[in-house]
Design a protein around this ligand. Structure first.
Ligand code: PMP
Length: 576
């Protein structure tokens, strides 16, 4: 038995070791990264990266269709991965393992191939309150298509699916029950066996979203007795763009294809009915993501032994880190956990009293710490918890206790560094932030001053400070003006924009947000658009401006700060 040795494990991940020079001395931590966003996607071990490269460099060919050697080699590796997955989750046969793009596509396949063809308006679909959007929206679409009704299983105080009263929600009317094995926000292992058994007892079909489970706990689909189990490779040290739909063979046999095309057919004719291939190929139209499948096989080879033998210590090490992280966070007075109690896997969600989630996340980013803020694709859960978002730390076995301590120290510093306190102004003055001092009338701030300011500061850490300071000085909009008319949709933190126009056709914008970082960015954006005509506004190159300021990464829609949504709204309001 090879025991799990954390330091050796960590060494297997090139990205992790590349950025591992973090230090409690901030001046040395510029290029280091502490990666605590593993629930979004994990890093990849060298053997997975190398395996994909070998495929492209040594035996790249399409699978299943040619009789030449390269294709045979590719097909062999491709199908070997399927067998590895089958064994990994304890499925009966490789016919039950369908390749998809990931969890999301797997759910959509079941919904559109099976649910859409069987549901009626007399039927019910049961989901859970903490589902990821991937396990909500496809069901909402099919409910709209068929008239079926969605019912929601509640959570108990600790964040688990409440199974104390399943009869109230799952009845003879229920045709599908779909819920997550582990929520990507709450980190609790749900009592899915009870839910599956209840679904079965009323003749409903069960689908389990295992996206957050497969990297942390051994899954046995036969023991669970679920009808479908879905997951993505990229959350278990494997490549992106590949995932699995496990389904019981009898169900899959009776389901029509999801998509049509090459490889999923037996015969195609213009005069006779087209016939379909056998399982699993019936559901795999077109050339698959061959390199990703082969890389996925390698990640299973890597992960399976760690999960299979609990004595090795992989899970123990993960749990040790979660305990430590949770306990250290609990010592910070402002931390409010989304649900109390140490999570079952390394997913810890919390808010910080008096601080906006985005401000905390971007401040930590300036110290090289990657955590997530936002709704985590679980907006109904946020609504249930009465919050508009939260912070999430998600750990993997290549993380360390030292990284957690560094994160906690940085978090404490961020909380001390409250930009709304006058003391910061003094501190910043002492640090020669003379330019910032000159930015008095921010409502009419000149673009050239902003450019001067940002060309004199170097590095993300300093730029981030300046943005926060600009945000601090932006006057708040009156409460009454922060309304449905002024709100900017597409921005993850609440933001509002108001427009005025002079008789000369010159525009003046004022804006506000509940996040200081966004307020700072708004100052920068408004400086570019204020006192301009519609034509000047429409011709302005915002990307070039942000590039010049060294802030181009803030224009990515995926950053969640929605700056592009703000720019779009400005352009919409400035009518030519
Ligand atoms: N379900 C859960 C619980 C998840 O955490 C995720 C990914 N965040 C998904 C579904 C969707 O996975 P993918 O984007 O890989 O399809």
């Amino acid at each position: 038995m090879n025991l799990f040795v954390p330091q050796q494990f960590r060494q297997k991940f090139p990205l992790i070791t590349r950025y591992a020079k973090y230090s409690t001395d901030k001046s040395q931590s510029k290029s280091s990264i502490v990666y605590f966003d593993n629930a979004a996607t994990t890093q990849k071990p060298e053997q997975v990266i190398a395996c994909q490269q070998r495929y492209y460099g040594e035996y790249n060919a399409n699978v299943h269709r040619a009789s030449h050697q390269l294709s045979t080699n590719a097909t062999f590796a491709f199908e070997k991965a399927r067998t590895l997955v089958q064994k990994f989750i304890g499925a009966n046969s490789i016919k039950e393992i369908i390749w998809t793009k990931g969890t999301t596509e797997s759910i959509n396949l079941v919904v559109q191939s099976l649910a859409r063809n069987t549901l009626t308006s007399a039927d019910e679909i049961v989901l859970c309150a903490s589902e990821h959007h991937a396990n909500i929206v496809p069901w909402q679409i099919v409910a709209e298509q068929t008239g079926a009704v969605i019912k929601i299983l509640p959570l108990n105080e600790q964040g688990f699916i409440d199974v104390s009263n399943l009869d109230e929600f799952i009845s003879k009317k229920t045709k599908f029950v779909a819920c997550a094995h582990i929520s990507n926000v709450l980190g609790r292992i749900n009592p899915i066996k009870a839910v599956i058994a209840k679904a079965k007892s009323v003749g409903a079909i069960s689908l389990i979203d295992g996206a957050q489970a497969v990297a942390h706990i051994a899954v046995d689909v036969r023991a669970l007795d679920c009808d479908f189990y879905v997951f993505s490779a990229h959350k278990m040290y494997g490549p992106t763009g590949i995932g699995v739909l496990y389904g019981k063979q009898a169900l899959l046999e009776n389901m029509p294809p999801y998509q049509g095309g090459g490889e999923m057919i037996k015969t195609v004719s213009f005069t006779q009915t087209t016939t379909f291939n056998s399982l699993p190929f019936k559901f795999e139209a077109g050339t698959p993501n061959i390199a990703a499948v082969i890389g996925f096989g390698e990640s299973i080879t890597f992960l399976a032994p760690l999960l299979a033998d609990i004595q090795k210590g992989y899970n123990l090490y993960e749990q040790k880190m979660v305990n430590h992280c949770y306990q250290e966070l609990a010592k910070i007075a402002q931390v409010n956990f989304i649900v109390e109690g140490i999570p079952d896997i390394g997913v810890i969600a919390f808010t910080i009293a008096g601080h906006h989630n985005h401000d905390v996340a971007t401040s930590l980013d300036a110290s090289g710490i990657a955590i997530r803020s936002g709704h985590h694709c679980a907006m109904p859960l946020m609504a249930h918890l009465n919050i508009d978002g939260c912070l999430r730390v998600s750990l993997a076995a290549y993380n360390t206790i030292e990284e957690i301590d560094y994160f906690i120290n940085c978090l404490r510093e961020v909380l001390l560094e409250d930009f709304s306190q006058a003391g910061v102004q003094v501190e910043l003055q002492q640090k020669n932030h003379a330019k910032t001092e000159q930015l008095i009338n921010l409502r009419t701030k000149e673009m050239k001053d902003i450019i001067t300011l940002f060309t004199t500061v170097k590095g993300w850490d300093s730029r981030h400070r300046e943005i926060m300071l600009l945000g601090k000085n932006l006057p708040r909009m009156e409460q009454a003006l922060r309304n449905e008319q002024t709100i900017i949709t597409g921005c993850e933190s609440l933001a509002w924009l108001k427009v005025e126009q002079t008789r000369q056709g010159v525009y003046f914008f004022s804006a506000d947000s509940d996040a200081k970082i966004i307020r700072g960015l708004l100052v920068i954006v408004l400086a570019a658009f204020n006192h301009k005509t519609a034509e000047q506004i429409h011709n302005f190159d915002i990307k070039e401006y942000f590039n010049q300021l060294g802030l181009i990464q803030h224009l990515s829609p995926s950053r969640g700060n929605g700056l592009l949504a703000i720019v779009d709204k400005i352009k919409l309001l400035a009518k030519e």
